[in-house]
Design a protein around this ligand. Structure first.
Ligand SMILES: Nc1nc2c(c(=O)[nH]1)N[C@H]1C(S)=C(S)[C@@H](COP(=O)(O)O)O[C@H]1N2
Ligand SMILES: [Mo]
Length: 281
């Protein structure tokens, strides 16, 4: 944004402005504004979209436009003056001013917001445990499942909701979604390490937790003591949108690892890193 006056001169000198350049400009402005709204106003939805979704969407839309823009101005060679001492000093000064400005804004935001509305280190804003929204990663669908007949397949052995629920103990964990909110809640569940026979655990490299929808995440087996199959949140059975009848609580991980509507838990020799970094659905 600080460079806008200079860039503005360049744009005004341009022989013609194409539709693509104009689009690129619009997309960048939308991206910046949405990012600022997210930072200042926090998590919320307008017409089903949150500011961070608009921010990320605009950034992705800018990639092909920027590639086109750069290829169109390929002929531009850097000039000697571009790398002068003065330019370097100016860049350093700009970086310092931006840094101080950012820290200042953060401090103002911290003081002006009460302690219970402060974001955590990931940037997420607090929501109450009773307001956890039904969150879809990308394109997944909420299935209708019956707790009475649903079974989770644990390495070939089925276990029903009642059994799991009866064995469940309290689990305090923070669900922190990458869309900008987190909630501290008490879930009721059983550790995977307590559901899988010890020798099987010892022989495995990873454990894959898969939803009835196909959504799946693979964890290193060393994490089995920190993964819970849960049947309740705040003492109440899960709602359909938040994973009923059984979901995963992955206490050390961001929300998209908390597989909902769990169908199976499978041990394997496949290393945990051999999977897509994010679920494709
Ligand atoms: N099967 C399945 N599990 C899922 C998702 C999904 O789309 N499908 N979304 C994930 C994401 S991105 C988050 S943040 C949490 C949200 O849990 P909630 O719906 O209880 O808020 O579930 C995760 N588990
Ligand atoms: Mo999420």
């Amino acid at each position: 944004m600080v460079l806008v006056p200079w860039k503005n001169v360049v744009v005004r000198r341009a022989p013609s402005i194409t539709l693509v350049s104009a689009l690129l400009l619009i997309v960048i402005v939308v991206c910046l504004v949405a990012g600022l709204v997210q930072v200042v106003a926090g998590f919320g939805h307008v017409l089903g979209l949150s500011p961070i979704q608009v921010h990320v969407g605009a950034a992705l839309a800018a990639v092909p436009l920027l590639a086109w823009h750069l290829s169109r101005h390929r002929g531009q060679r850097p000039r000697r003056a571009d790398a002068s001492r003065r330019v370097l000093m100016r860049a350093l000064a700009l970086t310092a001013v931006t840094g101080v400005g950012y820290a200042g804004l953060k401090a103002v935001a911290r003081v002006s917001r009460g302690p219970d509305r402060r974001p955590v280190a990931t940037g997420s804003r607090p929501l109450s445990a009773d307001d956890i929204p039904a969150t879809i990663w990308l394109l997944d669908r909420v299935p209708a499942l019956d707790a009475l007949t649903h079974h989770v397949d644990i390495g070939g052995t089925p276990i029903g909701w009642n059994d799991l629920d009866a064995r469940g103990g309290p689990v305090h964990a923070r669900l922190d979604c990458t869309s900008g909110w987190f909630a501290e809640a008490t879930w009721t569940g059983v550790r995977l390490a307590d559901l899988i026979p010890g020798p099987d655990l010892a022989a495995a490299d990873s454990v894959a937790v898969t939803s009835v929808t196909g959504y799946t995440r693979r964890f290193p087996i060393s994490e089995a003591a920190d993964l819970w199959l849960v049947t309740r949140c705040q003492g109440r059975p899960l709602s359909a949108g938040t994973g009923a009848p059984v979901r995963l609580v992955a206490a050390q991980r961001r929300g998209f690892w908390w597989v909902k509507w769990v169908a199976s838990v499978q041990l394997s020799q496949v290393p945990a890193w051999r999977q897509l970094p994010f679920p494709p659905q």
